[in-house]
Write a protein that binds this ligand. Structure first.
Ligand code: MIC
Ligand code: SF4
Length: 658
């Protein structure tokens, strides 16, 4: 039987297990990336495991989320990260150099290689045939120490692209169409592999918009085959030598298939406040727009900003619409500046920002109350923009620029007809990506060789081993699709505590119930109850770490998002799956008790546990976990488990010489 692109790369990197859907395998990781808001924990855990040197081919530390450094704590985090990169052997990208996914694709991404990153949009270079997966921080630390990354082999779904995009339809509309069809949980347990004649009509950057936002489907990753377009892109980056052709075999078999006819697509938009709330732009035309932002790791690359710049050239944005462009990397800004596009945009009324995640997580450009913001980003979860009742729409740079000009949502095809001289700008790649590399410091040039820890950088809290008994109050009952932004928000006032878990945990679940943290501490233990897809969104392990710190011992949910589920194991919280009837019946404040011996069940492979509620009624909850996950859980989390493994010399990770 022939192989898919995914199988070829997995097979090349397989160090443990059998490559069969649903089986747990261990794969070798070639590259890792981390960023400023998850990176401090990555390195603190690397240090706590007594590891002293990066073992992967490439490790890169980016500073991208909180680059404005509103507080000394952010600056201290950046200083610590630079010192950690220097001490342990990673590349360091200075604050302002750009978003991790953009800078990584420009400098390190390579077909056929594996990449593990502590950010959920790590799959971005899947667009150039890299198998790239987002994970919690400790998974990245362990892989960086040289150990395999363990994963259940997902279903591989073929997304067959037919035809070519018509005028004004874009790569963003391809992924919005996928979200419209499959929803934000449609990709859980799946890898989307793009194939078909439509692939060659898309440039490498367009493919990366699609793979980036595959994360919003809940997918493990998304990947494209490689071809002349991939090679051409890498050559323009000056890295043609890393090109490798990877195509699926003609008789490759997929677990499932869907077809997207590119020629049938039209400009689409995700309405507030979920990325799968997708409708044609024409359906919401006429809605007044107060703010437009072009940027983010989805659509902030040079090739994304350029079409918007071309549309704005010689025109003026509507006086009622504030328009901001925040490129994904400093290289993109520098090139756009040298070519004169920055000046054109400024003359059109654009406020040009530094290369940062910023507004994507509510840091800067927070929308006004009762206003509409149109963004080229990937997420519009309620409140993420920095104001609770926000109205954030997601769209392509072309739709964003059209709205900036019109002051309202408008299909660019209709605006083009009205204006007469507005043409679809299309996608144009530069001859050469020739931005400076000043802000990317290689391990050889590192200015530091020891860790610099400011007063806000604390230790990683540890949980004890799991005991025989587990009981407590159902401290909070939540609905479906609870995001990690609900669990530990990422806004500016909270983000500065990412290295200080006791302080950060005060904000746990505050977006659902602001009395939660206080109640949890007072209760000294308890459980959480949730509906489907609990923990979707970010890779931030703080969403498990903070509840753990507050004494939460288990989460009972109808289903879990992939990265968050792994994070729960990593911090010793039992993720139990419950059915709809039990979910409906259990109430907030109920007393919950696992009747069976928990430790024995976890270690002995029990898949079902009896849960007793208020001493009145019982139901069965499921624990679907591999042997390795059970051992991690029983040890109280991955840090304790790995330390023990390292002491036994079992992980493949390389401990420090004492
Ligand atoms: C996000 O888009 O939500 C983030 C902020 O990039 C997160 C990482 C984090 O929480 O630090 C992600 O996507 O993993
Ligand atoms: Fe940054 Fe937003 Fe991308 Fe997350 S989704 S990495 S916050 S730009």
């Amino acid at each position: 039987m022939g192989h898919t692109v995914t199988e070829k790369i997995l097979e090349d990197h397989l160090v443990e297990g059998t490559l069969e859907t649903g089986e747990e395998i261990g794969i070798e990781i070639d590259q890792v990336l981390t960023q400023d808001t998850t990176g401090t924990m990555v390195w603190l855990q690397f240090e706590a495991m007594d590891l002293d040197e990066v073992q992967t081919e490439v490790a890169a530390q980016y500073c991208d989320h909180q680059t404005y450094q509103f507080d000394f704590k952010n600056t201290d985090d950046h200083r610590f990260l630079r010192s950690a990169a220097g001490t342990f052997g990673a590349h360091f990208s200075r604050p302002g150099n750009g978003i991790c996914h953009n800078v990584h694709r420009e400098n390190f991404a390579a077909p056929g290689k594996t990449l593990l990153g502590s950010d959920s949009h790590t799959p971005t270079p899947g667009g150039i045939g890299q198998l790239a997966i987002g994970a919690g921080g400790i998974d990245v630390s362990v892989a960086m120490g040289g150990a395999p990354y363990y994963i259940e082999v997902p279903e591989i779904v073929e997304v067959r692209l037919e035809g070519e995009l018509p005028a004004w339809a874009t790569a963003k509309d391809v992924i919005l169409e996928m979200l419209r069809r499959l929803t934000v949980k449609g990709g859980v347990g799946k890898i989307f592999e793009y194939t078909g004649p439509g692939v060659e009509s898309l440039t490498a950057p367009e493919r990366m918009t699609i793979t980036n936002m595959g994360t919003e489907l809940g997918a493990t990753t998304s990947i494209f085959p490689t071809d002349e377009r991939t090679e051409d892109y890498l050559e323009r980056l000056g890295r043609g030598d890393v090109y490798e052709e990877i195509q699926p075999d003609p008789d490759a078999e997929y677990d499932d298939q869907l077809v997207v006819d590119l020629s049938e697509l039209e400009p689409l938009i995700a309405e507030p406040s979920m990325p799968d709330n997708v409708v044609p732009v024409r359906e919401v035309a006429g809605v007044a727009v107060d703010q437009v932002i072009v940027g983010s790791c989805t659509n902030g690359a040079y090739e994304d900003v350029l079409p918007a710049a071309k549309m704005l050239e010689g025109r003026e944005v509507d006086p009622t619409t504030e328009t901001i462009v925040a490129p994904g990397s400093k290289q993109a800004s520098e090139m756009l500046a040298r070519e004169g596009w920055v000046a054109e945009m400024m003359a059109a009324g654009v406020n040009f920002s530094e290369a940062t995640c910023g507004a994507c997580i509510g840091i800067g450009h927070v929308p006004g109350s009762d206003t509409v913001s149109l963004r080229t980003f990937n997420r519009n979860f309620e409140g993420r923009s920095g104001i609770e009742e926000d109205n954030v729409y997601l769209c392509s740079p072309e739709v964003a620029a059209a709205a900036a000009l019109a002051g309202e949502i408008v299909d660019p095809r209709d605006l083009a007809e009205e204006l007469g001289d507005l043409e679809d700008p299309g996608i144009e790649l530069p001859e050469e990506y020739d931005g400076s590399k000043t802000d990317l410091i290689s391990p050889d040039e590192a200015p530091d060789d020891s860790l610099i820890k400011g007063p806000n950088i604390g230790d990683v809290p540890l949980k004890g081993e799991i005991g025989d008994e587990l009981s407590g109050e159902a401290l909070l009952k939540m609905g479906d699709n609870i995001t990690t932004d609900h669990i530990v928000p990422a806004s500016q006032d909270i983000l500065m505590y990412r290295s200080n878990v006791p302080k950060l945990s005060e904000f746990t679940l505050s977006r659902v119930d602001d009395t939660f943290a206080e109640r949890a501490l007072a209760a000294d233990g308890g459980v959480l109850v949730a509906g489907e897809n609990y923990g979707q969104g970010s890779s931030r392990e703080h969403a498990a770490l903070c509840p753990m710190y507050l004494g939460i011992e288990a989460v009972l949910a109808q289903s879990f998002a992939r990265i968050h589920r792994a994070n729960l194991f990593n911090f010793g919280l039992v993720p139990l799956t419950i059915d709809e009837d039990s979910y409906e019946r259990i109430g907030q404040g109920d007393d919950v008790e696992i009747v069976d011996d928990v430790r024995e069940g976890v270690l002995g492979g029990a898949e079902e546990f009896t849960v007793r509620v208020n001493d009145e009624w019982e139901f069965t909850a499921e624990l679907d976990a591999s042997e390795r996950e059970r051992a991690i859980l029983a040890a109280g989390g991955k840090l304790s488990w790995t330390k023990a493994q390292v002491e036994d010399g079992d992980t493949g990770a390389t401990p420090a010489d004492d």
